[in-house]
Design a protein around this ligand. Sequence first.
Ligand SMILES: NC(=O)c1ccc[n+]([C@@H]2O[C@H](COP(=O)([O-])OP(=O)(O)OC[C@H]3O[C@@H](n4cnc5c(N)ncnc54)[C@H](OP(=O)(O)O)[C@@H]3O)[C@@H](O)[C@H]2O)c1
Length: 250
Amino acid sequence: MAYSEGMNQYFITGVSSGIGLALVKELLAQGGELTIHGCSRRDPGINDPRFHFYPIDLSNTNELEQKAHDFFTVEPWDFKRLVLVNNAGILGEVAFIGEQQAKHYISTFTVNALAPVIFSEVFIKLFQYTDPERIIFNISSGAANKDMEGWAAYCASKAALDRFTSVCAQEQTHKETPIEVYSISPGVIDTAMQAEIRSASKDKFPALDRFLTLHQDGELLPADDAARKLILLLNKPDLRKQPLLSLRNI
Ligand SMILES: NC(=O)c1ccc[n+]([C@@H]2O[C@H](COP(=O)([O-])OP(=O)(O)OC[C@H]3O[C@@H](n4cnc5c(N)ncnc54)[C@H](OP(=O)(O)O)[C@@H]3O)[C@@H](O)[C@H]2O)c1
C-alpha cells in the first residue's frame, strides 16, 4: 500500500455536542490540510467540505465492529497523520446499584468502554503496519479513579477504558511501527453532560452539591478550551509522556 505526504485525517466519535463538537470546530478553524470524519446519532450540521458526518449509534453492540470498519475505510489511505478520538460517552442512569435496570448498564458500558475498545481494535488492525504518525485518544474521566456514588456504570466503564488503554500502549512498545494510544481525562467541562449531572437528585447522587457549586463558581472549563488543549496535546509530543493523561495538567 502506498502512502503519500497527504493530509491529516481525524476520526472523532461524539461530534454532535460538547467536547467532540468543539474539537471539530477548532480543528477546522485552525486550518491546514485536514479531513475530519465524525460520527454520532445527531448530525452536528457542519457545512464544510473538510468534514464528513456518519450517523452511527455506538450503543448497538453487535454492529460496532462493522461500523468501525466502515468508518475507517471511507477514504483512500493518504495521510501524514491519522488520529482517532474516541470521545462519545454517556453518564447513563444516575442511581445506586440495586436500583437500576440491566439495560442501563449495557448501554453505558457499550458506549463508554466497548465502542472505544472495538474502534481501537479495528483502527490498530487496519493501520498497524503503516509509517505515518497514528494516535488514539480515548476520552476518559477522573471518575475512572474515583468512587462516585450513583455513577457505578460510568466509573467502571471509564476505569475499563483506562486499563485497556494502558495495556494497549504497552503492547505497542513491541511493534516496529507503534501506534500511540492515550486515555485522557478532560476535567470538568461545560457541556450537556455536566447539565445532566446537575439535574440528578441528591438521594441518587450524594455529590450533587459539589457539581452545583463548581457551576455556580464558574469553575467549568468551556468545551472550546478543552478542544484547544487536546489539539495542543496532539501537536506537542513532549506533553504525551504516559498513557494516562489529564487536560488539567496541560
Ligand atoms: N463534560 C465533562 O465534564 C466531562 C468530564 C469527564 C469526562 N467527560 C467525557 O468527555 C466525553 C464527551 O462528553 P461531553 O461532556 O462533551 O458530553 P456531551 O455534550 O453529552 O456529548 C456526548 C457526545 O457523545 C455522543 N454519543 C452519546 N451516545 C452516543 C451513541 N449511542 N452513539 C453515538 N454517539 C453517542 C453524543 O452524540 P449523540 O447524542 O448525537 O449520539 C455527543 O456527541 C465523554 O466521553 C465524557 O464521558 C466529560
